[in-house]
Design a binder for this molecule. Structure first.
Ligand code: ADP
Length: 503
């Protein structure tokens, strides 16, 4: 199986969120699970330094035709770092990418988007297909990700091939749809017949995510639950009708996590190491496990010191690392925090994140009012993210919707018990705690209300205080949960086969 991925991000070259991480890991996992060749095509943004990444510039340029306009693009070639079989990365080089400081928009306000984003990502999509037609052997499958690569599916189907590749399209977040004017999208070479509601028209505009959703042989999204949810009006962002119509071709496959970076026994960002690989943990007696967690206790004390919170081993410490947006339920979090802090709830809370200025402002005011119980860091800090995962007792994620979510998975590996709203990937990865049957890996709630968060946190704190042995067992179950990439990569290989056989 020879697979070519098209995506607007691939870490470590570029990353603004989970998409970049998936493109860093999934291609390698596919190669490890037996794909004969895996290639990634993305863009060389101004922020990518070819020298630092050891990228080689291909001598011959590629001529790319976007709606009759011809672009000469360069290609940087490199490899995804990491052990195992090699994955080749091609970064398309053109001033439309390299002359900008940001990936999607100006760094001061990325959400705004560059005005020519339709053309930029059409160019990336068409360049990927032009390159695919030159490669030998040709790819069997073109796997396109999110709206930026929606047109790659269309262009692949328009191109001439001896044997046309199958196409797979993955939705990482249905909220971002790539909406542009019909005229602009027609100028990218899209046939007018396609610019209808049955095609890619969307309430008077053209939707590039809809191109991927309507045209690809198979669709996937990043968790089984999110695959069901996006077929409903509540989560479908007005595309639920399209999703329902194509639900027979849609699979939900959980993102894996990179345990080489997120395991507390090898994590260089921590003041003390603890934990063990799942198979070794299983064999530990309760005493040996509790002794091992003394490393976690040290991480907690150091974290409290770092955040200028009182160093109290027995006060539960709730943590959160998040973009501060409505998607992540920050409005609900603030309402709940405000009420609990006023009620003198017995816990400390630490939050690392950045996002909407109104949320930052309200959080800042709370942190000023309750400095001994709320620590706030409005920055992007990878090291602190690791120390929060290690030093916290609980990790809170009250998301409105969550396609997959990574932090709840990291936190389990660090024995930091997730308290999550049971939506999307949170539903699929966290099992609600049950004291009697000694089962579960966290605490879940469903209504998007302060009462529901309050109740879930109270249950969590009561488990923390009431029965040490039961809480230790909960931590051990969470630390043993395994969400590596191998299983997910095998599921993708299956989807590729289904796409090829037209099922
Ligand atoms: P999303 O991709 O929707 O933002 P995820 O939970 O899937 O949410 O992944 C977010 C990733 O970004 C995680 O690796 C998380 O640790 C990291 N992250 C988010 N905000 C920050 C921050 N302020 N500092 C450091 N890391 C962050």
């Amino acid at each position: 199986m020879n697979v070519l991925h098209v995506a607007s991000e691939v870490a470590p070259f570029s990353k603004t969120g989970g998409l970049g991480d998936v493109l860093a890991a999934l291609p390698r996992a596919l190669a490890q699970q037996g794909a004969s060749r895996v290639t990634v095509v993305s863009a060389r943004y101004g922020s990518v330094d070819p020298q630092r990444h050891g990228l080689a510039k291909r001598l011959r340029k590629l001529t790319v035709n976007v709606g009759g306009q011809h672009f000469e693009v360069g290609l940087f070639e490199g490899r995804l770092p990491g052990p195992g079989p090699q994955v080749t990365v091609y970064l398309v080089d053109h001033p439309l990418f390299s002359d900008r400081p940001g990936v999607y928009g100006p760094p001061s306000n990325p959400g705004e988007g560059y005005p020519d984003n339709a053309l930029r990502f059409a160019l990336l999509s068409q360049a990927a297909i032009s390159l695919a037609r030159e490669l030998s052997p040709r790819p069997d499958v073109i796997h396109a990700h999110d709206w930026q690569a929606g047109l790659a599916v269309y262009y692949a189907q328009q191109a001439e091939w001896e044997t046309p590749p199958a196409t797979v399209f993955t939705v990482h977040n249905l909220m971002f749809q790539g909406l542009f004017s019909l005229g602009e999208v027609q100028s990218l070479g899209v046939r007018p017949e396609l610019l209808t509601p049955d095609g890619i028209e969307f309430y008077g505009q053209a939707s590039l995510i809809k191109a991927g959703l309507q045209l690809a042989d198979r669709l996937t999204t990043v968790s089984p639950r999110y695959a069901q949810e996006i077929c409903t009006p509540e989560f479908g962002y007005r595309l639920d009708g399209v999703m329902r119509a194509r639900s027979g071709r849609l699979s939900g496959i959980l993102n894996g996590v990179d345990y080489d970076r997120w395991s507390p026994w090898i994590d260089g960002a921590l003041p003390a190491r603890f934990g063990k690989p799942p198979a070794e943990l299983e064999a530990l007696s309760e005493e040996a496990f509790a002794a091992d967690l003394s490393g976690k206790a040290r991480c907690k004390a150091e974290l409290q010191r770092e955040l200028s919170l009182p160093v109290r081993p027995k006060t539960p410490l709730l943590v959160m690392i998040s973009r501060l947006t409505e998607q992540k339920g920050i409005d609900l979090l603030i309402e709940w925090l405000d009420a609990e802090l006023q009620n003198r709830g017995e816990f400390q809370f630490a939050l690392l994140g950045q996002g909407e200025p109104a949320f930052e402002q309200r959080l800042r005011m709370l942190a000023e009012r309750y400095p001994t119980r709320l620590a706030l860091r409005l920055s992007f800090d990878e090291g602190l993210a690791h120390r929060l995962e290690a030093g916290g007792d609980f990790f809170l994620m009250p998301s409105r919707f969550e396609p997959c979510g990574l932090n709840q998975i990291y936190s389990m590996r660090y024995g930091t018990i997730p308290i999550v709203r049971a939506v999307g990937g949170l539903y699929d990865t966290v099992v609600d705690f049950d004291a009697r049957s000694r089962s579960g890996t966290g605490f879940t709630f469903l209504p998007f209300t302060v009462a529901a968060v309050t109740n879930a946190v109270r249950r969590a704190l009561s488990a923390y205080h009431s029965d040490e042995s039961s809480f230790l067992a909960l931590q051990k179950r969470a630390m043993r949960a395994d969400f590596g990439w191998a299983t997910s990569a095998r599921a993708y290989l299956n989807v590729y086969k289904q796409a090829q056989s037209g099922k």
